[in-house]
Structure formats: structure tokens, C-alpha cells
Design a protein around this ligand. Structure first.
Ligand SMILES: Cc1cc2nc3c(=O)[nH]c(=O)nc-3n(C[C@H](O)[C@H](O)[C@H](O)COP(=O)(O)O)c2cc1C
Length: 147
């Protein structure tokens, strides 16, 4: 069992609507760095909103989050969850990624308007549900494609 693990889930607002190639550049860099740092997680981009789960050793994770928070490609980083964990939820991914449309997000149970007027614990739980639903869907796809 890994020791000293923490997880952060935050939402932020992209400084401008990201193009596919900007997203790919961001993701390639993140995956590369995270693989070296022992960070895993999931990033969702939906019409100008980022939702990201990051997990890893606490000191490494906190330092990385400080860097991410200062990144001019987004603003208003808002932490929904910051907790100690005993097991990684996104172990296999240096950074899983999904870009979703607003229509799809609206149709997913667990998606809420993250910048709307909801209590923070509710938003944290909702973000977690959303990220997990993508992870489970991905796991199922892998399972099917292996047969
Ligand atoms: C929404 C968002 C998510 C990001 N996620 C990560 C990440 O998971 N890992 C990472 O290393 N950088 C991430 N970045 C990029 C960092 O802010 C920063 O540009 C990068 O870590 C710098 O890496 P370098 O010092 O190797 O150039 C993210 C940036 C944004 C805007």
C-alpha cells in the first residue's frame, strides 16, 4: 500500500475556449510530467470549464497544484475536494482525458453547474461522480476491446 497519498479535485475556467491542439499540447506535457512525478488523475474539459482530479504523494501533489493554479490558461481554480486517500482512484492514468459537450454533461447524472450556487460538498461529490463515471466507462471500453 502506498503511503502519504492525497487527492485534489478542482474546477476552473479556461481563459479562452481551448482548441483541440491546445488541449493536446497541455495533455502531452501533463502526462509526461505526471509519469515522472508519480501523479495520476483525470481531466475533463467541457465548454470552457476544466474539472481535474490529481492524486499522488502529498508534497509532490501540493507543489504541482501550485504550478497548475498559476497557469494562465485557466483562472478561478476552485478546490472542491482535498483529502487523504489510501488508494488511487485513477491509478492507471498519468492523466485521463475527456472533452465533453455541454449537452452530454447535462445528460450525465452527477453533473452540476460547478460555478452555480450549490453547497461546496455537493459540488465535490458531484465532480467525483462525474470523473468516476468516465473512468468506469473507459474501463468497460477497454474490457470490451480486449475480447
Ligand atoms: C487545466 C490544466 C491542467 C493541468 N494539469 C497538469 C498536470 O496534471 N500535470 C502537469 O505537469 N502540468 C499540468 N498543467 C500544466 C502546468 O500548469 C504547467 O504548465 C506544467 O506543469 C509546466 O511543466 P514544465 O515545467 O515541465 O514546462 C495543467 C495546466 C492546466 C491549465
Amino acid at each position: 500500500m502506498e503511503k502519504d497519498l492525497e487527492q485534489i479535485v478542482y474546477v476552473s475556467s479556461a481563459s479562452h475556449l481551448m482548441t483541440d491542439s491546445e488541449l493536446i499540447t497541455l495533455l502531452n506535457k501533463a502526462r509526461d510530467n505526471n509519469a515522472h512525478l508519480g501523479i495520476s488523475g483525470m481531466l475533463v474539459y467541457c465548454d470552457g470549464t476544466f474539472i481535474q482530479a490529481l492524486e499522488g504523494k502529498s508534497a509532490v501533489l501540493r507543489a504541482l497544484f501550485e504550478t497548475i493554479e498559476r497557469d494562465p490558461r485557466h483562472k478561478c481554480c476552485f478546490i472542491l475536494l482535498h483529502q487523504k486517500i489510501t488508494q488511487r482512484a485513477f491509478e492507471a492514468w498519468s492523466m485521463g482525458f475527456r472533452a465533453v459537450s455541454q449537452e452530454l454533461a447535462d445528460s450525465i447524472s452527477g453533473y452540476v453547474d460547478f460555478f452555480g450556487n450549490r453547497p461546496i460538498p455537493e459540488k465535490g461529490a458531484a465532480a467525483y461522480t462525474l470523473l468516476n463515471s468516465f473512468r468506469e466507462q473507459h474501463d468497460r471500453e477497454l474490457h470490451y476491446s480486449a475480447h
